[in-house]
Design a protein around this ligand. Structure first.
Ligand code: ADP
Ligand code: MG
Length: 697
């Protein structure tokens, strides 16, 4: 058996499950499965006494019995509690969901193993939604060590690919087969950093013999992951500056000047002016621009994109603006084409739903210099889209695009066009510099004047009645409302059910208006239709998951209610909140949460109430989030997927990895020295995968 063998060759997996693994988790080879790292480890090696329990403990297990069940609270706030004892004391178990089932299936006065994270609630310690197992079927397999937990989607679970099954398959590869796991870091580096071997690290990340062994494995794997990203970035940026000449936009001409002097709809903020200058300087430098434009939601990135596009036009080039969704592309098209209407420029829109005949016309005009600015979605990178002279590419909300997709735009002219990537992801500046390699970064750190900051409040379920009254009032005033539910993979089914139930309840409560629902599992056409109804104001309330996070612009929406706010990452809450506060009215963001919050979560939500500054929020988020927390930064906007490292928690490893990579390149620029053969080989592999930081950035 080899690392590169297809996953379906593992006995028990086969074609069908292999396909599910590929579709749901991008696992194709045996190596991919070994690199499917657990998202958490739980210590089942020890039983605790209730008398020892404190809220400071991580996940623990206790043996004992339930004395009695009790329902507490009413309606949506109701929960099931159980008094659990082991003779040394009592602890409370709490369920907010699936309570009927729990009550039916779990018997009082029977010995169980309870597993979960203790928290403090007033003077009592409780465990919410514990895992419970009958003591008599005490599953020794599961209770004798540190156990790895794997992400598994509903589809995977249905195909016998639960966390437990995945663990079993990985076990069979690592311990029942003679699999060879070659070393992937040079010997001298392993020695210098005191790392364990790749083979030991892989074995111990999945089946750690002890907490120490797990830490040693993690240290090596995290470093390796970040190190190769850094090495690849630094290597390529070193090449890029030598390799790519850029088109020289030497003049500022009529388009720019006319627009700037006569048609600019508002004075630019100083930050906007500064950023435009930075871009302008790159455009005439002779080196191809690769710039990241960071600016909080609402900071006015669109006008920067437009003004700089006009410079491209002034120099005889075409510009293209690519957005991640049709809704966004449409919005950009509407905004930009009306802004430049007086200039006599041709702006066109190309998306998946452009009609065939119109599309043909657009394609032919694009190739024959009949179009100056083209706005669109992925449709723009298709093979048959040819430009007569593309000089400038703007990519909005970069993290929604795959790496390879972005690279395609590079080949649409003889030399690569200048590239501006715009993102609202508030990654702290220091971190941005590190993760985006030597990419230039521009920041709009100032909001347009007159913005009323969104008023944010943290509310518990007991205030729900008031929240609904408030929404009734705002609807009567003509405003629109977002109501957002969490949806995370681990919990997919329950989350979707919550959303649908929530929608039903809300439909019964808000009979005075139309409501629409949007979530990621809907068909694109249904989603678009629901969005359309909200954008046009036909629907007053949008009930949605985080699919609305990116870009929807409905200035009339002035209230956002976020359910189970405690389950969102701060950066995500901030992105969501950016959907309101776009109009003239005072806007509100109401964070609904359960009452039992950990100290840390309460602090995080408090920050949302205190500031509207995305950078402050990102920094606070990073410092509050403990290592090992998987939610967050890496999902919210990095040009690469991290399998094990976590940028919030592993900043130190990141900077070590970067320094080591720098030192190696300083000594051996082309990595030709024999001791670096492995490094060179790995970079070439990464290149084949088109992980080309220079190109995407
Ligand atoms: P984002 O950076 O989130 O893409 P937009 O470009 O959509 O922000 O701008 C948000 C809103 O602010 C738009 O309605 C835009 O017209 C307005 N805006 C942008 N810049 C300014 C400015 N300097 N003064 C006043 N309003 C502005
Ligand atoms: Mg925008």
């Amino acid at each position: 058996m080899e690392l590169s063998s297809p996953i379906y060759t593992i006995s028990g997996i086969g074609y069908k499950r292999g396909e599910v693994l590929t579709a749901e988790a991008q696992i194709v080879t045996i190596e991919d499965l070994l690199n499917y790292f657990p998202y958490r480890h739980v210590d089942r090696s020890k039983f605790y006494h209730i008398s020892e329990c404190t809220e400071k403990m991580p996940y623990i297990q206790i043996i004992g019995e339930i004395i009695q069940f009790e329902y507490v609270g009413e309606g949506r706030a109701s929960r099931l509690t159980a008094i659990f004892t082991d003779g040394t004391g009592t602890i409370e178990l709490v369920w907010f969901k699936g309570t009927k089932y729990i009550e039916k299936s779990i018997k009082p006065r029977t010995r169980y193993i309870v597993f979960g994270k203790p928290s403090r609630f007033g003077s009592k310690i409780n465990i919410a939604h514990p895992d419970i197992e009958l003591y008599s079927d005490m599953n020794l397999r599961r209770s004798t060590g540190i156990q790895s937990m794997y992400n598994s989607t509903d589809k995977m679970k249905k195909n016998y690919l639960s966390s437990d099954n995945i663990r079993k398959y990985i076990y069979s590869i690592l311990f029942n087969n003679n699999i060879l796991i070659p070393e992937t870091l040079p010997e001298y580096l392993i020695e210098k950093m005191h790392f364990t071997s790749r083979e030991q690290a892989i074995k111990n990340i999945h089946f750690p013999k002890s907490v120490e062994a797990l830490k040693i494995a993690e240290a090596r794997l995290k470093f390796e992951e970040l190190f190769y990203i850094q090495l690849s970035m630094l290597y390529q940026s070193q090449h890029r500056s030598r390799q790519y000449r850029g088109y020289i936009f030497s003049t500022i001409g009529d388009y720019f000047n006319q627009f700037y002097n006569k048609y600019l709809p508002f004075p630019l903020t100083n930050a906007q002016k500064r950023v435009i200058k930075e871009i302008r300087n790159d455009m005439r430098s002779g080196i191809q621009m690769n710039r990241l434009l960071q600016g909080d939601v609402g900071s006015g990135k669109t006008i920067v994109a437009l003004l700089t596009a006009l410079i491209a036009l002034d120099n005889g080039y075409q510009a293209c603006l690519m957005a991640p969704t049709e809704i966004l592309a449409n919005q950009h098209y509407d905004t930009i084409s009306s802004l430049v209407a007086p200039l006599g420029i041709t702006v066109k829109l190309l998306t998946g739903s452009t009609k065939k005949k119109e599309k043909e016309e657009i394609l032919s005009d694009l190739a024959n210099a009949g179009i100056n600015i083209i706005i669109g979605t992925h449709a723009l990178i298709e093979e048959n889209v040819n430009f007569s002279n593309l000089g400038y590419v703007i990519i909005d909300e970069q993290h929604r695009f795959g790496v390879a997709q972005r690279a395609k735009l590079w080949n649409k002219n003889v030399s690569p066009p200048h590239v501006l990537v715009m993102t609202a992801t508030p990654i702290p500046r220091t971190l941005a510099m590190t993760v985006y390699g030597d990419l230039e970064v521009s920041v709009i750190d100032e909001l347009p004047p007159g913005r009323k900051p969104v008023t944010t409040k943290l509310l518990f379920d007991n205030r729900r009645g008031q929240v609904y009254d408030f929404i009734h009032k705002k609807i009567a005033e003509g405003r629109q409302i977002y109501i957002v539910y969490p949806l995370i993979q681990e919990n997919e089914k329950i989350d979707l059910r919550d959303l649908e139930q929530g929608y039903k309840i809300l439909t019964d409560i808000f009979t005075e208006c139309k409501l629409v629902m949007v979530h990621g599992k809907m068909k694109q056409s249904e989603k678009d239709e629901a969005m359309r109804m909200f954008v046009t104001g036909e629907a007053k309330i949008m009930v949605a998951t985080t699919v609305i996070e990116v870009g929807v612009n409905v200035p009339n929406a002035s209230v956002m209610v976020i359910e189970n706010a405690e389950r969102f990452g701060l950066s995500q809450l901030h992105q969501l909140r950016g959907r309101v506060g776009r109009g003239a009215d005072q806007s509100y963001c109401l964070l609904m949460s359960k009452y039992e919050l950990t100290e840390n979560t309460r602090k995080r939500l408090q920050i949302m109430c205190e500031t509207n500054d995305g950078f402050k929020i990102a920094e606070a988020d990073m410092s509050l989030r403990g290592p090992g927390d998987i939610d967050g930064l890496q999902q919210s906007g990095l040009p690469f997927d991290l399998k094990i490292a976590n940028l919030a928690g592993d900043v130190n490893i990141l900077s070590t990895a970067r320094n080591v990579a720098k030192a190696i390149l300083a000594e051996d620029e082309e990595l030709t020295s024999p001791k670096n053969t492995l490094l060179k080989k790995k970079l070439q592999q990464m290149n084949q995968l088109k992980i080309n930081w220079g190109v995407i950035s």
